[in-house]
Ligand binder design. Structure first.
Ligand code: HEM
Length: 199
């Protein structure tokens, strides 16, 4: 069944499917002050465990969709530069699920591209940090031109046009969020006071 609505429908479906997963991630990351060097270093290391393998899997599954311009979207180099600025080494890549279809890959790419929206908020604290290295390590959070989100939604919604594809894209997005949750649990633990609150 073909679903009407284009970019709006694609975005609404994926946003609804991943709202809870996004909230959990947002809560965890927002519980840290990214202006603090240790927290910011952990934030970057956490990303280094999942961003490169997610980008690589998406690139393999989207090889026949050059208009996505994945080279312009990749933030692995920016992340590597920020880790160097912070004097940190990348984490070993976590095993992330390989997208089984273009639609699944577009769901995973929705998560990566959407994270640029959150980055616009996170960057405020980083820019205001009292630590010069933190203020200098903004290539990842500042990466890309503002039209990347809109062009992604337009391209993705031209491929994800039926119910099966929307379901596959939602699966791909949830899987990508799952990879971020796993990386957070390994590299971005909750502050001690929050851990105590959970006992
Ligand atoms: C690795 C971490 C994160 C990932 C993967 C992620 C992912 C996403 C995705 C997929 C969207 C698009 C949702 C939509 O369709 O509107 C989004 C939007 C957004 N995120 Fe995040 N996010 C992350 C962290 C954060 C954090 C920590 C915050 C809060 C400080 C945040 C705040 C937002 C905001 C404000 C939007 C814009 C919503 C809108 O314009 O409708 N995100 N994020």
């Amino acid at each position: 069944m073909v679903v009407g609505g284009g970019a709006h429908s694609f975005r609404e479906r994926l946003r609804a499917a991943t709202a809870r997963a996004h909230e959990r991630l947002d809560d965890r990351i927002s519980s840290f002050d990214l202006g603090e060097p240790d927290a910011y270093r952990a934030f970057l290391i956490m990303h280094s465990a999942v961003l490169p393998p997610l980008e690589a899997g998406i690139a393999r599954a989207c090889a026949d969709a050059p208009e996505l311009d994945l080279a312009a979207r990749s933030r692995t180099s920016a992340l590597t530069a920020d880790l160097e600025t912070m004097g940190a080494r990348p984490a070993a890549p976590l095993p992330v699920a390989e997208p089984a279809s273009l639609a699944e890959a577009l769901g995973a790419l929705y998560v990566l591209e959407g994270s640029r929206l959150g980055a616009q908020i996170l960057i405020r604290r980083v820019r205001a940090s009292g630590d010069a290295r933190v203020r200098a390590a903004t290539a990842f959070l500042e990466h890309g031109s503002p039209d990347l989100w809109r062009s992604f939604l337009d391209a993705a919604s031209s491929y994800v046009v039926d119910e099966d594809a929307l379901c596959a894209a939602s699966d791909g997005a949830l899987s990508a969020f799952g990879a971020f949750h796993l990386a957070c649990s390994q590299y971005f633990p909750l502050p001690v006071k929050d851990e105590r609150a959970r006992v």
